[in-house]
Design a protein around this ligand. Structure first.
Ligand code: SAH
Ligand code: AVI
Length: 323
């Protein structure tokens, strides 16, 4: 294996692929502790795999949150004014949204935001067939940036929806920043309904991210499939394995891709070296207590209002008010 220093990269012959994914891969794999951002899980295949995860027996968050929404949807939509705009962050296939839309004003406009265009277009088609009076106006993009609402909707009341504990995929400082960024779309007195997974027995958590059928492993390894396809690499998937562990000090599940062997993987003519056992950190999934999450919300200038949970206190749905 040739060390990196002996190989000159010829920029004119091997142009670095442009684009956000390529830059994030180069940056993440150049760090002493290799990382890849978890938002890149969600290409078309990744979104399908995530939907499969939500149906796994071990993955309790989706069905628990859906049950909380079904039980309390009536109370949740009480503050949805006529003609309001429901903005959903990381909407995916908008499966849970239907539970709220069933009870919401029929002249509502629904604005789902997601990086996955395939998920948004499938959701739009399905929702328009099921709720003909609701306008569905998706935005493909990264919700970490301030969302601009279309001028014709600007004067309408707005409600935010952020289910799925997706905020748990950010570190607490990034989560606080994100909640502040949401204020661009959700000004003072707007409400945000947000789902967050709760702290629990570590064994249950570890099982939820190490399912027997191997779907979470495929979801994690799909990042390498994406590098091979989009950046022209030939990474041997057999040389990497999925790992998900609970890190109690941080209160988070960590997902990694572990190289079984010492190797260099080549991405657009650049080698990235791995020791045997070296890991790429691909995702964090933070688990909060209710007071801990309310504290985070307050720090980002959101006032915690109502909270709904299931009987076993596995998952929580919070109503926050923008202050
Ligand atoms: N809300 C759905 C899906 C959750 S999966 C549910 O509760 O089941 C997380 C979703 O967030 C995926 O659809 C993913 O594509 C999207 N996502 C992740 N990071 C994102 C980002 N930075 N900007 C926009 N969408 C993002
Ligand atoms: C979207 N997000 C909240 C999921 C989670 O549980 O952290 C993503 C996921 N990763 C592995 N399984 C599911």
């Amino acid at each position: 294996m040739r060390p990196a220093s002996t190989i000159a990269r010829l920029p004119e012959l091997l142009p670095e692929p442009e684009g956000e994914f390529a830059s994030a891969v180069f940056e993440g794999l150049s760090k002493p502790k290799k990382t890849l951002p978890c938002r890149f899980f969600y290409d078309a295949r990744g979104s399908e795999l995530f939907e499969e995860i939500t149906r796994l027996p071990e993955y309790y968050p989706t069905r628990t949150e859906a049950q909380i929404l079904r039980t309390h949807a009536g109370e949740m939509v009480k503050g949805f004014d006529e003609g309001c705009v429901l903005i959903e962050f990381g909407a995916g296939l908008s499966t849970k949204t239907e539970i709220l839309l069933d009870r919401a004003p029929s002249d509502l406009t629904y604005v789902p935001i997601d990086v996955s265009e395939s998920a948004l277009s499938a959701a739009k088609q399905r929702l328009e067939a099921r709720f003909p009076s609701i306008a569905v106006r998706p935005i493909v993009g990264d919700f970490s940036y301030p969302v601009e609402i279309a001028p014709d909707l600007a004067s309408r009341p707005r409600v935010g929806f952020f289910p799925g504990s997706t905020i748990g995929n950010l570190t607490p400082p990034d989560a606080e920043r994100l909640l502040r960024t949401f204020k661009a779309a959700l000004p003072r007195e707007s409400r945000l309904i947000i789902g967050i997974d709760l702290k629990k027995d570590a064994r249950q958590l570890v099982m939820a991210y190490n399912d027997v059928a191997g779907v979470t492993a495929e979801f994690n390894l799909n990042l390498l499939v994406r590098i091979n396809r989009e950046l022209g690499s030939t990474i041997d998937l057999e040389t990497f394995r999925h790992e998900a562990i609970y890190e109690p000090r941080e209160g988070r599940i960590e997902m990694h891709l572990v190289s079984a062997i010492a190797q260099a993987i080549w991405i657009s003519g650049r080698p990235f070296h791995f020791e045997a056992g070296e890991r790429i950190h691909t995702e964090n999934s933070y688990k909060y207590s209710i007071p801990q999450f309310q504290e985070l919300a307050r720090a980002a200038s959101w006032a915690p209002n109502r909270v709904w949970t299931d009987a076993q206190q596995q998952f929580s749905v919070h109503e926050l008010i923008s202050v």
